[in-house]
Design a protein around this ligand. Structure first.
Ligand SMILES: Nc1ncnc2c1ncn2[C@@H]1O[C@H](COP(=O)(O)OP(=O)(O)O)[C@@H](O)[C@H]1O
Ligand SMILES: [Mg+2]
Length: 233
Protein backbone atom coordinates (compact mmCIF):
# COMPACT_ATOMS: atom_id res chain seq x y z
CA UNK A 1 0.00 0.00 0.00
CA UNK A 2 1.22 3.45 -0.91
CA UNK A 3 0.37 6.71 0.85
CA UNK A 4 -2.02 7.38 -2.03
CA UNK A 5 -3.51 4.45 -3.96
CA UNK A 6 -5.78 5.22 -6.90
CA UNK A 7 -7.30 1.94 -8.10
CA UNK A 8 -9.43 1.57 -11.23
CA UNK A 9 -10.66 5.15 -10.97
CA UNK A 10 -13.08 6.00 -13.78
CA UNK A 11 -14.75 9.34 -14.46
CA UNK A 12 -17.39 10.01 -17.10
CA UNK A 13 -18.78 13.43 -17.96
CA UNK A 14 -22.25 13.28 -19.46
CA UNK A 15 -23.44 16.30 -21.42
CA UNK A 16 -26.73 15.76 -23.23
CA UNK A 17 -26.36 12.79 -25.57
CA UNK A 18 -22.57 12.53 -25.32
CA UNK A 19 -20.46 10.84 -22.68
CA UNK A 20 -16.78 11.65 -22.32
CA UNK A 21 -14.63 9.19 -20.41
CA UNK A 22 -12.09 11.53 -18.80
CA UNK A 23 -10.41 8.88 -16.62
CA UNK A 24 -10.52 5.24 -17.68
CA UNK A 25 -9.47 2.67 -15.04
CA UNK A 26 -6.75 4.97 -13.71
CA UNK A 27 -4.43 3.14 -11.31
CA UNK A 28 -1.26 4.41 -9.60
CA UNK A 29 0.40 4.69 -6.19
CA UNK A 30 2.29 7.56 -4.57
CA UNK A 31 4.57 7.32 -1.53
CA UNK A 32 4.50 9.86 1.30
CA UNK A 33 6.80 12.83 0.72
CA UNK A 34 7.27 12.22 -2.99
CA UNK A 35 7.41 14.88 -5.68
CA UNK A 36 5.19 13.48 -8.43
CA UNK A 37 4.64 14.74 -11.97
CA UNK A 38 1.51 13.73 -13.87
CA UNK A 39 2.46 14.25 -17.50
CA UNK A 40 0.28 14.21 -20.60
CA UNK A 41 -1.09 16.17 -23.52
CA UNK A 42 -4.07 18.48 -23.23
CA UNK A 43 -7.25 16.45 -22.77
CA UNK A 44 -5.44 13.39 -21.39
CA UNK A 45 -7.39 13.53 -18.13
CA UNK A 46 -4.77 15.04 -15.82
CA UNK A 47 -6.88 17.79 -14.24
CA UNK A 48 -9.69 15.32 -13.69
CA UNK A 49 -7.33 13.09 -11.68
CA UNK A 50 -6.11 16.08 -9.67
CA UNK A 51 -9.61 17.35 -8.94
CA UNK A 52 -10.66 13.90 -7.76
CA UNK A 53 -7.52 13.55 -5.62
CA UNK A 54 -8.29 16.96 -4.12
CA UNK A 55 -11.89 16.11 -3.30
CA UNK A 56 -13.23 18.76 -5.70
CA UNK A 57 -14.83 16.20 -8.00
CA UNK A 58 -15.95 12.60 -7.49
CA UNK A 59 -15.34 9.53 -9.65
CA UNK A 60 -17.94 7.11 -11.03
CA UNK A 61 -15.98 3.99 -10.16
CA UNK A 62 -12.86 2.87 -8.33
CA UNK A 63 -11.02 3.66 -5.12
CA UNK A 64 -9.05 6.77 -4.16
CA UNK A 65 -7.26 5.80 -0.98
CA UNK A 66 -5.41 8.62 0.79
CA UNK A 67 -3.55 7.78 3.99
CA UNK A 68 -5.64 4.65 4.47
CA UNK A 69 -9.06 6.21 3.79
CA UNK A 70 -11.06 5.78 0.59
CA UNK A 71 -12.17 9.31 -0.24
CA UNK A 72 -14.16 7.97 -3.21
CA UNK A 73 -16.70 6.86 -0.61
CA UNK A 74 -16.87 10.21 1.16
CA UNK A 75 -20.07 12.24 1.29
CA UNK A 76 -20.08 16.00 0.62
CA UNK A 77 -19.48 16.84 4.25
CA UNK A 78 -16.49 14.49 4.60
CA UNK A 79 -15.05 15.90 1.37
CA UNK A 80 -15.32 19.44 2.74
CA UNK A 81 -13.31 18.43 5.80
CA UNK A 82 -10.78 16.63 3.62
CA UNK A 83 -10.33 19.66 1.32
CA UNK A 84 -10.06 21.98 4.27
CA UNK A 85 -7.48 20.17 6.36
CA UNK A 86 -5.57 17.78 4.15
CA UNK A 87 -5.18 19.41 0.74
CA UNK A 88 -3.56 22.53 -0.68
CA UNK A 89 -4.38 23.40 -4.28
CA UNK A 90 -2.42 25.60 -6.73
CA UNK A 91 -4.12 26.55 -10.01
CA UNK A 92 -2.62 27.57 -13.35
CA UNK A 93 -4.15 31.06 -13.22
CA UNK A 94 -3.56 31.60 -9.48
CA UNK A 95 -7.23 32.27 -8.53
CA UNK A 96 -6.38 35.02 -6.04
CA UNK A 97 -9.08 37.34 -4.69
CA UNK A 98 -8.46 40.62 -6.53
CA UNK A 99 -9.53 43.04 -3.80
CA UNK A 100 -7.53 41.37 -1.02
CA UNK A 101 -3.79 41.89 -0.42
CA UNK A 102 -1.27 39.08 -0.62
CA UNK A 103 -1.41 38.70 3.16
CA UNK A 104 -5.23 38.69 3.20
CA UNK A 105 -5.36 36.09 0.44
CA UNK A 106 -3.15 33.80 2.53
CA UNK A 107 -5.14 34.55 5.71
CA UNK A 108 -8.31 33.38 3.95
CA UNK A 109 -6.83 29.90 3.91
CA UNK A 110 -4.92 29.94 7.21
CA UNK A 111 -7.98 31.09 9.16
CA UNK A 112 -9.99 27.97 8.31
CA UNK A 113 -7.60 25.52 9.97
CA UNK A 114 -6.34 25.19 13.56
CA UNK A 115 -2.60 24.65 13.14
CA UNK A 116 -1.89 27.01 10.24
CA UNK A 117 1.52 28.47 9.52
CA UNK A 118 1.94 32.22 10.03
CA UNK A 119 0.66 33.94 6.84
CA UNK A 120 3.40 36.57 6.81
CA UNK A 121 6.16 34.01 7.38
CA UNK A 122 4.74 31.88 4.57
CA UNK A 123 4.94 34.86 2.22
CA UNK A 124 8.51 35.55 3.40
CA UNK A 125 9.37 31.90 2.67
CA UNK A 126 8.26 32.24 -0.96
CA UNK A 127 10.34 35.43 -1.34
CA UNK A 128 7.51 37.96 -1.03
CA UNK A 129 8.41 39.55 2.30
CA UNK A 130 8.38 43.00 0.72
CA UNK A 131 5.10 42.53 -1.20
CA UNK A 132 2.84 41.49 1.67
CA UNK A 133 0.46 44.46 1.40
CA UNK A 134 0.26 44.49 -2.41
CA UNK A 135 -2.90 43.55 -4.29
CA UNK A 136 -2.71 40.85 -6.98
CA UNK A 137 -2.91 43.45 -9.79
CA UNK A 138 0.28 45.04 -8.41
CA UNK A 139 2.20 41.75 -8.68
CA UNK A 140 3.74 39.94 -11.66
CA UNK A 141 2.44 36.54 -12.73
CA UNK A 142 5.25 34.75 -10.93
CA UNK A 143 4.63 36.75 -7.76
CA UNK A 144 0.90 36.01 -7.91
CA UNK A 145 1.66 32.30 -8.30
CA UNK A 146 3.94 32.49 -5.26
CA UNK A 147 1.09 34.08 -3.26
CA UNK A 148 -1.11 31.19 -4.43
CA UNK A 149 1.52 28.70 -3.25
CA UNK A 150 1.80 30.52 0.09
CA UNK A 151 -1.98 30.32 0.41
CA UNK A 152 -1.93 26.60 -0.32
CA UNK A 153 0.92 25.77 2.07
CA UNK A 154 -0.16 28.05 4.94
CA UNK A 155 -2.68 25.38 5.90
CA UNK A 156 0.20 22.90 6.37
CA UNK A 157 -1.53 20.45 4.02
CA UNK A 158 -0.36 16.85 3.84
CA UNK A 159 -0.87 16.93 0.09
CA UNK A 160 -0.11 19.80 -2.27
CA UNK A 161 -1.83 19.50 -5.66
CA UNK A 162 -0.71 21.81 -8.46
CA UNK A 163 -2.45 22.06 -11.84
CA UNK A 164 -0.06 23.44 -14.50
CA UNK A 165 1.54 25.75 -11.89
CA UNK A 166 4.14 27.04 -14.36
CA UNK A 167 1.84 27.09 -17.39
CA UNK A 168 1.31 30.84 -17.36
CA UNK A 169 4.87 31.75 -16.35
CA UNK A 170 8.07 32.49 -18.26
CA UNK A 171 10.95 30.04 -18.03
CA UNK A 172 12.92 31.68 -15.22
CA UNK A 173 9.87 32.37 -13.05
CA UNK A 174 8.61 28.86 -13.72
CA UNK A 175 11.84 27.44 -12.34
CA UNK A 176 11.52 29.57 -9.17
CA UNK A 177 8.02 28.24 -8.63
CA UNK A 178 9.14 24.63 -9.16
CA UNK A 179 11.91 25.14 -6.62
CA UNK A 180 9.41 26.37 -4.01
CA UNK A 181 7.20 23.36 -4.68
CA UNK A 182 10.20 21.02 -4.43
CA UNK A 183 11.17 22.63 -1.09
CA UNK A 184 7.68 21.90 0.24
CA UNK A 185 8.40 18.29 -0.37
CA UNK A 186 12.11 18.02 0.58
CA UNK A 187 12.06 20.38 3.59
CA UNK A 188 8.48 20.16 4.88
CA UNK A 189 7.71 16.54 3.99
CA UNK A 190 4.60 17.35 1.97
CA UNK A 191 3.51 15.04 -0.81
CA UNK A 192 3.49 17.24 -3.93
CA UNK A 193 1.70 16.37 -7.17
CA UNK A 194 2.33 18.58 -10.20
CA UNK A 195 0.22 18.23 -13.35
CA UNK A 196 1.90 19.42 -16.55
CA UNK A 197 1.94 18.95 -20.32
CA UNK A 198 5.63 19.96 -20.29
CA UNK A 199 7.78 16.83 -20.56
CA UNK A 200 10.91 18.81 -19.67
CA UNK A 201 9.71 19.05 -16.05
CA UNK A 202 9.42 15.28 -15.58
CA UNK A 203 13.10 14.59 -14.65
CA UNK A 204 12.81 16.63 -11.39
CA UNK A 205 10.18 14.23 -10.02
CA UNK A 206 10.63 11.15 -7.84
CA UNK A 207 7.79 9.58 -9.83
CA UNK A 208 6.35 10.35 -13.25
CA UNK A 209 2.83 9.20 -14.14
CA UNK A 210 2.25 9.45 -17.90
CA UNK A 211 -1.35 9.80 -19.03
CA UNK A 212 -2.72 9.35 -22.53
CA UNK A 213 -6.32 9.26 -23.67
CA UNK A 214 -7.83 9.00 -20.14
CA UNK A 215 -5.50 6.17 -19.12
CA UNK A 216 -2.22 5.79 -17.27
CA UNK A 217 0.23 4.85 -19.98
CA UNK A 218 3.35 4.38 -17.85
CA UNK A 219 4.73 5.06 -14.37
CA UNK A 220 8.43 5.68 -13.96
CA UNK A 221 10.48 6.43 -10.85
CA UNK A 222 13.68 8.48 -10.80
CA UNK A 223 16.15 7.28 -8.17
CA UNK A 224 18.13 10.48 -8.54
CA UNK A 225 15.79 13.30 -9.62
CA UNK A 226 17.37 15.99 -11.77
CA UNK A 227 18.18 19.35 -10.21
CA UNK A 228 15.74 22.04 -11.38
CA UNK A 229 18.75 24.12 -12.48
CA UNK A 230 19.55 21.48 -15.11
CA UNK A 231 16.17 21.17 -16.82
CA UNK A 232 15.54 23.27 -19.94
CA UNK A 233 12.40 24.09 -21.89
N1 LIG B 1 -16.67 19.34 -16.41
C1 LIG B 1 -16.49 18.69 -17.57
N2 LIG B 1 -17.56 18.43 -18.37
C2 LIG B 1 -17.41 17.76 -19.53
N3 LIG B 1 -16.24 17.30 -19.99
C3 LIG B 1 -15.14 17.53 -19.24
C4 LIG B 1 -15.21 18.25 -18.01
N4 LIG B 1 -13.95 18.33 -17.49
C5 LIG B 1 -13.14 17.71 -18.36
N5 LIG B 1 -13.84 17.22 -19.41
C6 LIG B 1 -13.30 16.46 -20.54
O1 LIG B 1 -12.56 15.36 -20.03
C7 LIG B 1 -11.38 15.15 -20.77
C8 LIG B 1 -10.17 15.27 -19.87
O2 LIG B 1 -10.07 16.61 -19.40
P1 LIG B 1 -8.95 17.11 -18.39
O3 LIG B 1 -8.92 16.20 -17.21
O4 LIG B 1 -9.22 18.55 -18.13
O5 LIG B 1 -7.63 16.91 -19.24
P2 LIG B 1 -6.20 17.60 -19.10
O6 LIG B 1 -6.13 18.28 -17.78
O7 LIG B 1 -5.21 16.48 -19.23
O8 LIG B 1 -6.07 18.57 -20.23
C9 LIG B 1 -11.39 16.20 -21.88
O9 LIG B 1 -11.93 15.59 -23.05
C10 LIG B 1 -12.31 17.27 -21.35
O10 LIG B 1 -12.93 17.96 -22.40
MG1 LIG C 1 -5.81 20.27 -17.32
Amino acid sequence: MGYIDVIGETKRYVTGETTIVANNEVTFSIEKGELVVILGASGAGKSTVLNILGGMDTCNKGQVIVDGKDIAGYDARQLTTYRRYDVGFVFQFYNLVANLTARENVELASEIVDDAADPVQTLVDVGLGDRIDNFPAQLSGGEQQRVAIARAVAKNPKILLCDEPTGALDYRTGKQVLRILQDQCRKNGATVVIVTHNAAIAPIADRVIRMHDARVQAVQTNDIPEDIENVEW
